[in-house]
Design a binder for this molecule. Structure first.
Ligand code: GCV
Length: 694
């Protein structure tokens, strides 16, 4: 008995030493012995009747999970008795789609699906059920993914760096592959599979053609071998002129027969290395990347050439719609729609056009991209960004589920009320044969994967919403906190609340009322004054348009008329300054400083209120976090505490930079009760200059 107690004390102590590596797959011992015993009665063994690597991965995961949660080793056996967990793949399984699962608890708990991958997802769902300590008597769960391709996009380069990565270097050790397989690759696959992510683009969309050489294909194949049992397919970003750069051809023109032949042969070669290769992701004619327009061809010509090469192998092309031109009189907002809408219906069947959630570029708050809903004959996929390029890198706390939900739940009205963006991308609105959703990954080589410990929640939330976009931000946060940080009800509530409010707090001190992109270079330091760049749309002033009259980008008919790209019902909501919701007001209107808004305050007063309350709210985040100290791991607690202190300092920079800069135009005092910043505009500029050159 004494040894038993000692065992549990040691186990508990061990489990509290937490560096974040285990993510939400912690499987710490369930504290309540009664609960443990109840679970243990139904989990006396795991029945595995097949040699499939995916089912084996499911059984292993269950065994690992149960060992941690219940403190005992549950054997994996070959035949069924009662009181165990049965893994069953049945191609005729009713009520589920290919990757969906059912978990039914009778004499045994049976986890079944049409496919092995579905069973694996069911195994993770069952473990999640135990991790969040829900009852398992008469268990009956059915779940189907709503979107087919649920992917991470890594912007990782072959030199080990990550574009817009804030959690260390790349996870992929190209210099060691394919000979050495870092055990971390498997843990990456487990984490993804646990939330249903089934695809990964391993390299940056600003792609190097090196990834298409045999040298690199062997490395990518080694990763694919590790990911395969976890249901994850590998994709590559491709450099459009590769036929020239590595193929020795004179052109990369998509209508040139030699170029087509080169791609067909290259694709055949890839499938020799990776028989279940997923396909290509392409950034073309965007931010200086070459593409079909260099040869006077369209995006459809480019995508279709690759699609034809991939089709015999069932591969797909994911063609990005992130395009804009350096036009001083244009509006970048309109670019994707203008280039892609006319191409609707011209793409091959295995092409999906991937659209960023908003029209500009992953701003803290953007209206949904007007492309959604407007291409009924072309499958459109969603691109969200998990890495916090514009959300404070790895120092600011921003739980992103509300950003994703806000976009997914937006109504495009294209087929009447209720035509949400979610229904566009899950294919239900226009019966798309292909559906996809991608998250630009926030992972890196940092031990805790995401830099900020709480940013793990963004990876988790993306996967959960990719599987089922109807889940609420709150439910996902609650699950994640219980699996990752603490089970103590009061602290679960506190952290969930803090996560849910974090995005709005950030928006308030960073870009309130529909301000956007007031910074360049490192994409974080506040620089609303920045007005010099090789391109007008790479300055801050292009976006906020502050002048002596007011602030904001007029996108109504009297301005750029970008609003005309939306359905008339959407236009109706946003067209009038008086009725436009405050969060979007400066996205669509140039608002006079003295204009009274629906809040009853003038624009200037409302801006000041938001900048000041936003920055002050970071103190609230700090106070809330301080309260959970007794219930979370000491290392995690200290780490988050430190990051919140930095956030607090930087939130004040943002506030000061904005209000002092805008005050030069508004020519009004800071309204009471807010105090004038302690520094001058010049001092803030100096501070930012130091930050930028650091
Ligand atoms: C990968 C933004 C980022 C770039 C990124 C680009 C894109 O402009 O700053 O780093 O490039 O988006 O999505 O292609």
């Amino acid at each position: 008995m004494r040894y038993k107690i000692l065992f549990f004390v040691l186990l508990a102590t061990f489990c509290r030493a937490d560096d974040g590596y285990r993510l939400w797959l912690k499987y710490d011992l369930i504290k309540d012995p009664g609960q443990r015993a109840a679970y243990a009665r139904s989990a006396q063994f795991i029945v595995l009747t097949s040699n499939s690597p995916t089912l084996k991965a499911a059984a292993d995961e269950l065994q690992t999970g149960l060992r941690g949660l219940l403190g005992k080793t549950v054997p994996i056996v070959a035949s069924a008795k009662t009181g165990g967990i049965v893994l069953s793949t049945n191609p005729n399984q009713p009520q589920v789609n290919d990757e969906g699962y059912q978990i039914v608890g009778k004499q045994n708990i049976t986890i079944s699906s049409k496919t092995d991958a579905g069973v694996l997802y069911g195994a993770f769902a069952f473990l999640r059920h135990l991790q969040t300590q829900q009852p398992i008597a008469n268990l009956s769960l059915t779940s189907n993914p709503k979107i087919q391709h649920r992917m991470l996009n890594h912007w990782d380069n072959n030199d080990g760096s990550i574009e817009r990565g804030y959690a260390g270097g790349s996870l992929w050790k190209w210099y060691e592959l394919p000979e050495r397989i870092d055990p971390r690759y498997r843990d990456y696959a487990r984490a993804n599979a646990s939330v249903g992510i089934n695809g990964t683009v391993v390299n940056n969309v600003n792609a190097s053609s090196r990834f298409l050489t045999a040298e690199y294909l062997k490395k990518v194949a080694a990763l694919a071998d590790v990911f395969r049992p976890y249901g994850i397919k590998v994709y590559l970003s491709v450099y459009f002129p590769a036929p020239r750069t590595i193929g020795g051809l004179k052109t990369a023109d998509p209508l040139d027969p030699e170029v087509n032949k080169w791609w067909a042969e290259k694709v055949n070669e890839i499938y020799k290395f990776i028989p279940d290769f997923g396909g290509f992701l392409v950034k073309a004619n965007s931010e200086g990347q070459p593409g079909p327009q260099d040869y006077n061809r369209t995006h459809a010509d480019g995508a279709n050439m690759l699609a034809k090469a991939l089709a015999p192998h069932k591969g797909i092309v994911i063609w990005r719609a992130f395009v804009y031109k350096a036009d001083p009189n244009g509006d970048r907002f309109k670019a994707a729609y203008e280039e892609f809408k006319p191409l609707d219906g011209q793409f091959e069947k295995n092409v999906i056009v991937q659209v960023k959630n908003g029209p500009i570029d992953f701003q803290p708050r953007e209206p949904f991209s007007p492309v959604f809903g407007m291409m009924p004959k072309t499958p459109l996929g969603m691109e969200f960004q998990l890495t916090q390029e514009y959300l404070g890198f790895a120092t600011h706390l921003v739980y992103e589920a509300p950003i994703f939900k806000e976009c997914l739940d937006s109504d495009t009205y294209v087929s009447g009320k209720g035509s949400t963006v979610a229904k566009v991308i899950d294919g239900s609105l226009h019966q798309y044969p292909l559906t996809a959703i991608a998250g630009v990954a926030n992972t890196g080589s940092d031990r805790n994967w995401t830099g900020h410990p709480l940013a793990q929640a963004n990876w988790y939330a993306f996967g959960r919403l990719a599987w089922d976009h109807t889940l609420s931000s709150e439910a996902i946060a609650d699950e994640w906190v219980k699996m990752t940080l603490t089970q103590e009800p009061r602290s679960v509530k506190t952290v969930t609340d803090l996560l849910l409010k974090s995005r709005e707090i950030y928006v308030n001190y960073n870009t309130p009322l529909g301000l956007s992109r007031p910074w360049t270079g490192v994409h974080f330091a506040p620089e609303p004054w920045q007005n010099r760049s090789p391109r007008p749309d790479w300055t801050a002033v292009y976006y906020h348009r502050a002048d002596s009259i007011g602030l904001g980008f007029d996108r109504t008919a009297s301005g750029s008329n970008a609003l005309a790209q939306y359905h008339p019902e959407v236009q109706k909501q946003w067209n009038q300054l008086e009725t436009c919701p405050l969060p979007y007001v400066l996205w669509f209107h140039h608002v006079p400083w003295t204009k009274k808004l629906s809040s009853g305050r003038t624009l200037w007063e409302e801006l000041c209120t938001r900048f000041y309350t936003g920055a002050d709210s970071v103190r609230w985040l700090q106070q809330q976090w301080a309260q959970v100290k007794p219930d979370v791991d000491a290392e995690t607690f200290a780490d988050v505490t430190g990051r919140l202190a930095t956030q607090q300092k930087e939130a004040i920079w943002w506030r000061d930079a904005w209000v002092l800069y805008l005050q030069e135009y508004a020519k009004q005092p800071i309204p009471a009760p807010y105090k004038k910043p302690d520094r001058t505009l010049r001092e803030v500029k100096e501070l930012v200059d130091v930050y930028l050159t650091r």
